[in-house]
Design a protein around this ligand. Sequence first.
Ligand SMILES: N[C@@H](CCC[C@H](N)C(=O)O)C(=O)O
Length: 286
Amino acid sequence: MAEKIAFTKMHGVGNDFVIVDGRDSNDHDWSALAVEMCDRHMGIGADGLIILERTLFADLMMRMYNPDGTPDVCGNGLRCVARYAVEEGIVNKDILYIGTLAGVRRAQLHRDESGQIVAITVSMGQPQFEPASIPMHVAQEPVIDFPLEVMPGETLLITALSTGTTHAVTFVPELPDDERFLAISPLVERHPLFPERTSLMWCVLEAPNVLSMRIWERGAGETWGCGTGACAAAVAAVLKNCASPNVPITVRSKGGELIVRWRPGAEIEMTGPAERVYRGFYPLCQ
Ligand SMILES: N[C@@H](CCC[C@H](N)C(=O)O)C(=O)O
């Protein structure tokens, strides 16, 4: 009989993931399975596949694969993993430590009076501004409002940084319509100045410390939320004096709101929901 992989579908502000507890599973080509499983027509459909593993350095290790199979770091996925680990009894405490490709992250669950998990706060590490860490081929640090020529006659002012993964943030007067968003975002993702490609956060400053954004993720395309991207946008807003440091910054996207707090020299902190959608079994056809 064909092997079946048990999975749980979860999302954080509409950024959706297939979560697989791989602690005792056979060796699989997770990168290839991410491509299959994340396919919205021929698979389960998701913005990423997350595999849980054992580690000596934290309560749990998470590995996230984009829908194109590339491994990455993931903020919304981090909150989903924290909730999953506690509700599945893998970890029996409301403050836990999760290993990621960018290092160990702290997660704290928040509950209402009835004990229901209502939000999760995660540490997201310190933002990286050195061009080599982003990575971006540019001789400027930090990269604030860099004029990126996307095509003849189209230049975006880009603030670029890494929040564990590469982000370009552009502040615009209004969010782009589909035509503009779909024409320009993939060109920024694959711009030659970003040797490992980049995600692009289109941001509007709605009010002091309130941002709304439209998200293009490297390896995934448009998503409804992006945790590392919300952090990058909030940090960029502070760097550009559009938001105050150490004060909660609300970052809205198609799938909901995240709250981000950062001051120069400190770790980023992000708070938001994580929801379970359904469980299932994925048949392996290999
Ligand atoms: N959605 C994630 C970020 C996923 C990584 C992105 N696709 C990339 O390649 O950088 C998040 O919530 O942080």
